[in-house]
Ligand binder design. Structure first.
Ligand SMILES: Cc1cc2nc3c(=O)[nH]c(=O)nc-3n(C[C@H](O)[C@H](O)[C@H](O)COP(=O)(O)OP(=O)(O)OC[C@H]3O[C@@H](n4cnc5c(N)ncnc54)[C@H](O)[C@@H]3O)c2cc1C
Length: 234
C-alpha cells in the first residue's frame, strides 16, 4: 500500500449534484500522478490538529486527476472548505490514506452497504471493479432518506443494466410515487435483502450507528465479524 504523502492540486471543476452535494475535480500538481487504491481518501489539514477526510470518488485508473464528492449539509469546517472550492484554487492534502479497499486476492463476492454520502468510496471501488477483467458478482444496497440523496443512482442503475453480475438495490425512507426500489430504514432493508454471508465480504460506510446495527444484522445472517469491513464517515 502506498504511503501517504504531501500533495498539492489545482481545482479544475466544481459541480453541484444537488444543492448540498458537490463534486470537485482536482488536477494533481505535486506529485503529478497519485497512485491509490479504490476506497482510499485524502486528508485535508484545516487548522491546528483539525483535519477532514474525503474519499476518492473517481477510480484509480486516472492518476493525474481525482474527483471528490461531499455532502456539505453538516456545515462545519470541512463543509465550508469544500463549498469554498473554486476553479483555479490550489489545495494541499495528504494522500492516499486508509485500508477500506478491496483485496484483489479475495475471491468472495463483495456486498456494499452505503448510507447516503458513504457511497463515495464504493463508487470508486465499483468503477474500478467492473473495469478489471477479474470482476465477480457484487451487490450494492444504497440507502438514503429520499431519492434526492441517492447520488450516482442513475449510474448504478445503468451499471446494473449493463453488467449481469451487478445487483443494485436502492432503498429510501421516503419513497415518492412510482419509486422503484426498497423502502424503510437501512437496518431493516439489509435484514430483508441479505440472506446469508456465504462466500461474501461486506463493506459498510456511513454513520457509526448504522455500521454497528448493520454489522449486527449481518453477523446474525452468518457473516463473521471480520468479514464486515467498515468506514465511519460521521
Ligand atoms: C475516512 C473518511 C472518509 C470520508 N469521506 C467523505 C466523503 O467522501 N464525502 C463527505 O462528504 N464526507 C466524507 N467524510 C466525512 C468528512 O470528513 C467530514 O466529517 C464531513 O465533511 C463533515 O465535516 P464538517 O467539518 O463540515 O462537519 P463537523 O463539524 O465535523 O460535523 C458536524 C456534525 O455533522 C455530523 N455529520 C458529519 N457528516 C455528516 C453526514 N454526511 N451526514 C450527517 N451528519 C454528518 C457530525 O457527526 C457532527 O455532528 C469522510 C470521513 C472519513 C473519516
Amino acid at each position: 500500500m502506498e504511503k501517504a504523502r504531501a500533495c498539492s492540486a489545482t481545482v479544475e471543476a466544481v459541480r453541484a449534484l444537488t444543492p448540498d452535494v458537490l463534486e470537485v475535480d482536482l488536477r494533481l500538481v505535486e506529485p503529478p500522478e497519485l497512485p491509490f487504491q479504490a476506497g482510499q481518501w485524502i486528508s485535508v489539514p484545516l487548522g491546528p490538529k483539525i483535519v477532514r477526510a474525503y474519499s476518492m470518488a473517481s477510480a484509480p485508473g486516472t492518476r493525474d486527476r481525482i474527483t471528490l464528492c461531499a455532502d456539505v449539509a453538516p456545515g462545519g469546517i470541512g463543509s465550508q472548505w469544500f463549498r469554498g472550492l473554486t476553479a483555479g484554487a490550489t489545495v494541499q492534502f495528504k494522500a492516499p490514506n486508509g485500508g477500506f479497499v478491496l483485496d484483489p486476492a479475495d475471491q468472495r463476492r463483495p456486498l456494499f452497504v452505503a448510507e447516503e454520502i458513504g457511497i463515495v468510496p464504493m463508487r470508486s471501488m465499483l468503477v474500478d471493479f467492473y473495469a478489471s477483467s477479474q470482476a465477480r458478482p457484487a451487490a450494492l444496497i444504497y440507502w438514503a432518506r429520499d431519492p434526492g440523496w441517492l447520488i450516482y443512482d442513475e449510474e448504478f442503475r445503468s451499471l446494473s443494466r449493463n453488467v449481469a453480475d451487478f445487483r443494485y438495490l436502492p432503498a429510501v425512507r421516503q419513497p415518492p410515487p412510482g419509486w422503484r426500489g426498497d423502502v424503510g430504514e437501512i437496518t431493516a432493508v439489509v435484514d430483508r435483502l441479505v440472506h446469508s454471508g456465504d462466500r461474501t465480504v461486506a463493506y459498510v460506510a456511513g454513520s457509526g450507528d448504522t455500521i454497528k446495527h448493520v454489522r449486527q444484522v449481518l453477523v446474525g445472517k452468518g457473516f463473521d465479524r471480520k468479514t464486515v469491513k467498515w468506514e465511519k464517515f460521521w
